[in-house]
Ligand binder design. Sequence first.
Ligand SMILES: NC(=O)c1ccc[n+]([C@@H]2O[C@H](COP(=O)([O-])OP(=O)(O)OC[C@H]3O[C@@H](n4cnc5c(N)ncnc54)[C@H](O)[C@@H]3O)[C@@H](O)[C@H]2O)c1
Length: 311
Amino acid sequence: MSRCLVTGGAGAIGSNLTAALIARGDSVTILDDLSSGHRSLVPVGARLVVGSVTDDASLEDAFVEKPERVFHLAALFANQNSVEHPDRDLNVNGLGVVKVLEHARRAAVTKVLYTSSSCVYGNKAVMRETDIDFKPDTPYAITKLLGEQYCRFWSDFHKLDTVMVRLFNTYGPGEHPGRYRNVIPNFMKLAMGGEPLPITGSGEETRDFNFVSDTVAGLVLAMDGATTPADVFNLASGRETTIKALAEAINEISGNRAGLTFQPRRGWDHVLTRRGETSKAERQLGYRPAVSLWEGLARTHAWLESVGASA
Ligand SMILES: NC(=O)c1ccc[n+]([C@@H]2O[C@H](COP(=O)([O-])OP(=O)(O)OC[C@H]3O[C@@H](n4cnc5c(N)ncnc54)[C@H](O)[C@@H]3O)[C@@H](O)[C@H]2O)c1
């Protein structure tokens, strides 16, 4: 059992990760400025430090209990937000990574996990870790890749053990709908309110949707695993789903008869297909995503109903 620091632990994925760590007996401190996270998501038993990963005093407080392991999830989320606020994106996703790595080094942390994103790949038919022809096409994608480069430097030069995971669209309980949030909670909210679901593009664009418990299992495996410093793993479902099929499934689960509407693709969105290649994580970490899209959507819908998220 170990002492962990989870930055961004009041967020959608971080709160689920924290709950999983506490359930197995780890002690967890969360550092979160609550800019997109929620106090109500912080699991019982976690110590919450409210502050920014860019602020040294908050980081010192977060490191007081001498964590052995750091999961760095705090980030400005995500593409649209970064297009509108590129300076904030660079501050949190660039400087924030540098500060966390430096505090981890000084505290002699044994391993830091960094949550990167599939968007570093840009628009590719198959996305695998051996690909180094990156095509980040938003400020968020650029700074997620920048964070990876910083992790590599702190591993190579400072000998701090790091592992990086590229997450594909993660969804599930813990993610509230909102302007900058992912498609699933936003479609669910509209469907629960009887509204048509607005598809930006043709609807034939695909994404790889991974249920949050599968993503969290991958985070824990990557931290626990005997990885080489600065190694990188995709964490995805390995399934491609069209946005149209996703929207139809959400309408069915929600009993929504309002159908779909079509709008022009967002100007920054060039990704037509996205599927994560997970054989490396399967082989080296024993990662096995287990939740079907239908089951995951049903569980997400039930959670959103329980927190009263309808429009
Ligand atoms: N959800 C996805 O589909 C997805 C996909 C790829 C990568 N990721 C990455 O996974 C991580 C977690 O994503 P999420 O979906 O849980 O997002 P989230 O927005 O729910 O969580 C991020 C958390 O970080 C906190 N935060 C933001 N700025 C901060 C700061 N300056 N200091 C301290 N805390 C701060 C927020 O309040 C929030 O609780 C992020 O690094 C994100 O880039 C997520």
